[in-house]
Design a protein around this ligand. Structure first.
Ligand code: SAH
Length: 235
């Protein structure tokens, strides 16, 4: 009897401690450390981008069992063989777009919805397209539950863009096409900017600027993104 009581006490105590431990993680402190050590240290200076990265609760965008890794310096799996990008890359791509509060932005590759949430903190409207239905639906629900009213999610093929809502001040592609998709260049406003990782296995993050009807393309940094799927490639 005594022994049983002892086991029962240990059991109750361990449940209490485990719960307390996972609830007790200081995500605010982890987020501050992420911004300071991974993002500011690598040269991101845009105050608004840093503010958005400090505000958006990245741990809500990763699977429950990976919550404790949400603020680490790496991408994480989000299901369907897809990933949420490394925090620094999210910050870098966002900063490169030099966004204005009145901008309307198109994102290709909604994934978890995290990048869309960061954008929504900075601009007027975010349009985001995801080809995998289950991811699009999950992200749409999460973003709605988090109170975002300026994000529009569409299930579809990013190569086609969103012509009904074009032209956009900025476009961000978060999966890697082999070439810059021509329809996306078309849907960019005069003076607009697009960031896009281009390549096969080895990819380069490119900044595309549409200026005086010319297209200027700058190589920024080598990156690794999941491929941008062609609709007929998915079975
Ligand atoms: N921006 C996301 C990460 C995206 S991972 C985030 O913040 O979590 C890349 C996403 O692009 C995947 O979800 C993948 O399904 C999607 N994708 C791949 N090819 C696509 C296409 N042709 N059109 C739209 N989305 C595509």
């Amino acid at each position: 009897m005594n022994r049983l009581l002892k086991y029962l006490l240990i059991f109750i105590l361990s449940v209490f401690l485990t719960n307390n431990y996972s609830q007790g993680i200081d995500f605010v402190a982890l987020r501050k450390a992420m911004v300071k050590n991974q993002i500011e240290k690598r040269g991101i200076r845009d105050k608004n981008v840093l503010k958005a990265m400090l505000k958006v609760e990245r741990h809500k965008f990763v699977p429950e069992e990976l919550k404790n890794y949400a603020y680490e310096d790496r991408p994480l799996p989000i299901g369907e063989d897809q990933t949420i990008s490394q925090p620094y890359i999210v910050a870098l791509m966002t900063e490169l777009l030099k966004l204005d509060p009145n901008d309307r932005v198109l994102e290709i590759g909604t994934g978890s919805g995290y990048q869309a949430a960061i954008l929504a903190e900075l601009v007027k409207e975010v349009y985001t397209i995801e080809i995998i239905e289950s991811l699009a639906k999950r992200a749409e629900k999460l973003l709605h539950d988090l109170g975002y009213k300026n994000i529009y999610v569409k299930i579809g093929d990013g190569y086609l863009g969103w012509p009904e809502k074009a032209p956009f001040d900025a476009i961000i592609v978060t999966c890697a096409p082999k070439e810059i998709p021509p329809l996306l260049i078309e849907q960019l406003k005069e003076g607009g900017k697009m960031v896009v990782p281009v390549g096969d296995f080895f990819q380069n993050l490119k900044l595309v600027i549409k200026k005086d009807t010319k297209i200027i393309v700058k190589d920024i940094v080598p990156v690794i993104f999941v491929p941008m799927i062609k609709k007929d490639e998915r079975n």
